[in-house]
Design a protein around this ligand. Structure first.
Ligand code: GPU
Length: 807
């Protein structure tokens, strides 16, 4: 349960650590030393807790889930762990004696940004739930030396700087040399006949050592601790002495650098397939080390693999760890001599797969030749799986060549990872109802017809303790007073807050809380030289920059307001601040152009003293988990305006609603379920549905006809050519109207534009009625009840992994 350490014991623990690591007393320590020391103290507390917890799990021989993901967007750990351990008060007291402020120490921790966006943050939220609910679980990923790049905007243009997080972040990592495994790449495979039948012989391979670095995550008010195991690559042959002796220092170092290159840096593309060899090697490195670790743990406990799939569930988060399917096959076949059929059945019943996108540019397909060259044995296994599956389908659907071709793993020299995942696992889920339906009816429709029992939905969730209790203490106090504290362990209890929807005093308090959070956020930004008026409406779009997320549509709306005000400076309008926070993938030209547009539009408005009283645009540099924790509680309007059918779920939408923001959005992803939760009266829905979008494409979408026939659209698009702040945005004009290959406006901003403007205006009208707005805000907080990650994890545990908690 909660840690029972007293302040006094804690004081001793900290003093000992200061003396051991730095040879100093508490009075001599500076802030950085004190932050690291507190982190080390927490790690020690967590280690003890983990030892007790894992022993109990082992004694009960419980089934365990292993969660494989190329990304975990962890953010900071000190605050989260102290909160979950129930030790914030004790730490604060001890530190105060030595004149340290705990809140200040929090600021010294760098974000662990080992992920790009929603996918990685979801994985981290899930770790928190798994620990809190005491499910036997472990996460696996890569210990990137550089996380997601730091963003700097220079004259509107995004620049990327390396994210050096390990000095400062490393205190959370526990290196486990005792648990290192070797991962093999390249080389040759021959098949040879022996007395025991056909054997494979793998030679001339390169080897890299995978060393685990464990990060522990405490459950909240529970006995649970989750381990996130991050693999680092290390050269096997410590040093090429021969080359060194000959004076060839470069060559001597080369091997080592090659090995360590594997975990150097996180690939910064989100929802986009890159196709780089190094990325493929990263994926196999993660998968091979993890599977070897899982197998060796299992053997240690049970002495046999025969009960493997009874005791183990392996979950792959999107297709990035898909190679775990053939890797597990390989080990069962080559090292433990299971028959093909037995191995195949074991793998399928162990593995489950979540799909996170329907965007075709994100679907991974690797060239056959590359896989063959990098992992020849894995290639052979994939071929075998492909042949046996196609054979099965030929028997089932004789003559349906087209269908079988679509379902094949290998086609036209490419290996389709999504097909590999569907074929190699027992469960396939999407991340919102709408998304899961699209998977069944479109992306995987052939597979759905063949094996409908595999398909299911688990709607995403967010760690509500982090995103409400820790990020928004004011709201938390109000909730505690109104509905008690049970909601902290049972998110569904947030629904009780509805009872207060007619309570004027509570509604006023909600408004005061929002204002106070906005002031906090403005002050924070002030320190960075960004001035924001906390009395204006905070209209927030914070997420990766992507065409399908349509930041551009938001900008077009703002330009429309801008032009209205230029025409009539006396126009009555409540002051609004449009906050954008977004990183663009470094090579994503159009995304960077949109950032440039936001930046210059902002600069343009700042120059006009009349305009900027009413609308301001702020681009928040370097969006990351820590910034989100300050921004979500301050948001009043949550922009969730993706083209319907494209956003698998979204999770920022849930975090903002839970903090009392009202959503303006399309019927996409989890917005649909937010709509179900709060009703039309408490949300601002606009634009085409996913079906409308399909229909419109089928009819033939002509962006230029909107441009020529709709006056407001024409006016806004023309202004792009004239430009802002002296910069023209002809590139964006061309993107919308002319397009590459003749398809202008591929995400249909112009088709949804007028409805968006109209609904935004309605929203402003409601805003003026404060009572009503606060009431809507309350219904959103209460309605977030179903989006706790704890609920998602329970869905996975019961319906997919078939695991039960310790208690
Ligand atoms: N998502 Br695929 C990412 O953040 N990165 C990716 O590479 C892929 C998906 C997101 C989806 O875009 C978002 O809709 C979803 O909420 C999130 O994964 C978690 O499921």
């Amino acid at each position: 349960m909660q840690s029972t350490l007293t302040s006094k014991q804690l004081g001793v623990l900290i003093k000992n650590k200061l003396s051991r690591h730095y040879g100093i007393s508490a009075e001599e320590a500076d802030r950085k030393q004190m932050y690291k020391t507190c982190a080390r103290a927490v790690v020690e507390i967590l280690s003890d807790k983990r030892t007790r917890y894992y022993q109990k799990l082992k004694d009960q021989e419980k089934k365990k889930v292993y969660y494989l993901c190329m990304e975990f967007l962890v953010g900071r750990s000190l605050k989260n762990n102290l909160y979950n351990l129930g030790l914030e008060k004790e730490f604060r007291e001890v530190l105060k004696e030595w004149n340290f402020d705990l809140e200040e120490l929090y600021e010294d921790e760098p974000d662990a940004g080992l992920g790009n966006g929603g996918l990685g943050r979801l994985a981290s939220c899930f770790m928190d739930s798994l620990a809190t609910m005491e499910y036997p679980a472990m996460g696996y990923s890569i210990c990137y030396e550089y996380g997601l790049f730091k963003q700097k905007i220079v004259d509107g243009w995004q620049m990327e700087l390396p994210d050096i997080w390990l000095p400062g972040g490393d205190v959370w990592l526990n290196q486990r040399n005792d648990l290192a495994f070797r991962v093999k790449f390249n080389g040759h495979v021959e098949e040879i006949w022996t007395n025991d039948g056909l054997k494979t012989n793998y030679t001339d391979y390169d080897e890299v050592e995978a060393v685990p670095y464990d990060m522990m995550i405490s459950g909240a008010n529970s006995e649970g601790v989750a381990i996130l195991r991050l693999w680092r690559a290390r050269d096997v042959d410590k040093f090429d002495m021969k080359s060194f002796a000959k004076g060839d220092y470069n060559r001597a170092m080369n091997e080592k650098m090659n090995a360590e290159l594997i975990c150097k840096v996180l690939y910064p593309s989100d929802n986009h397939f890159e196709g780089k060899t190094l990325r493929l090697r990263q994926q196999y490195f993660l998968v091979s080390a993890s599977i070897q670790n899982i197998i060796s743990d299992h053997l240690q406990q049970f002495g046999t693999l025969d009960n493997f799939s009874e005791k183990i569930a392996i979950h792959i988060n999107d297709t990035h760890p898909a190679l775990c399917i053939p890797e597990l096959m390989r080990i069962l076949l080559d090292d433990y001599h299971y028959s093909w059929e037995n191995a195949y059945n074991m793998v399928i019943s162990t593995v489950s797969y979540t799909n996170h996108t329907v965007l075709s540019e994100a679907l991974e397909t690797w060239p056959e030749e590359l896989i063959k060259q990098q992992f020849p044995r894995i290639y052979g296994i994939i071929q075998g799986m492909n042949e046996s599956y196609c054979q099965e389908m030929w028997n089932r659907y004789p003559g349906e060549w087209g269908k079988i071709e679509r379902m094949a793993i290998i086609s036209h020299g490419q290996i389709r990872m999504a097909n590999l995942c569907v074929i190699g696992s027992s469960s396939v889920n999407g991340v919102s109802k709408l998304h899961s339906d699209i998977l069944k009816s479109q992306v995987f429709s052939d597979f759905y017809q063949a094996s409908s029992e595999k398909f299911t939905n688990v709607t995403n969730g967010f760690a509500h303790r982090r995103w409400i209790c820790q990020a928004n203490p004011r709201l938390t106090r109000l909730l505690d007073d109104c509905i008690g504290e049970e909601y902290k362990k049972d998110g569904r209890k947030l629904a009780d807050f509805k009872r207060y929807s007619d309570n004027r005093s509570i509604l006023r308090q909600l408004r005061d809380i929002k204002l106070a959070n906005k002031i906090d956020f403005s002050n924070l930004m002030d320190q960075k030289g960004v001035s924001i008026d906390p009395h204006s409406i905070f209209d927030v779009q914070a997420k990766r920059l992507h065409e399908y997320k349509r930041q551009l549509l938001n900008v077009l709306k703002i330009i429309s307001l801008y032009l209205d005000l230029k025409d009539d400076p006396n126009l009555v309008m409540p002051p609004q601040t449009f906050l954008f926070a977004a990183k663009a993938a470094p090579g994503y030209y159009m995304a960077k152009e949109v950032i440039r547009l936001i930046w210059h539009l902002s600069a343009d408005i700042e120059k006009d003293p009349v305009l900027r009283e009413k609308i301001r645009v702020v681009f928040l540099e370097n969006y990351c988990v820590t910034m989100a924790e300050a921004l979500m509680p301050a948001a009043e309007i949550s922009e969730q305006i993706s083209l319907a059918g494209k956003e698998a779920s979204g999770t920022g939408n849930m975090k903002m609603m839970a903090n009392g923001a009202l959503t303006i959005g399309t019927m996409d992803g989890a917005n649909v379920e937010i709509f179900e939760a709060v009703g039309n009266e408490n949300m601002f829905i606009f634009g085409m549905s996913a079906e409308d979008v399909e229909r419109k494409w089928a009819e033939g979408y002509e962006a230029s006809s909107y441009y020529h026939n709709k006056e407001k659209i024409h006016r806004v698009v023309e202004s792009l050519r004239r430009g802002f702040n002296g910069e023209s945005f002809d590139s964006i004009y061309r993107y919308l109207i002319v397009g590459d290959f003749g398809v202008g406006d591929p995400y249909m901003c112009l088709a949804d534009f007028e409805d968006y403007l109209k609904v935004h205006q309605q929203l402003l009208d409601v805003y003026l009625d404060q009572h009503k707005w606060n009431q809507m805000s309350l219904f959103n907080i209460a309605g977030a009840e179903r989006f706790a990650a704890d609920r998602s994890i329970m869905d996975y545990a019961r319906n997919i992994w078939n695991i039960t908690p310790l208690h």
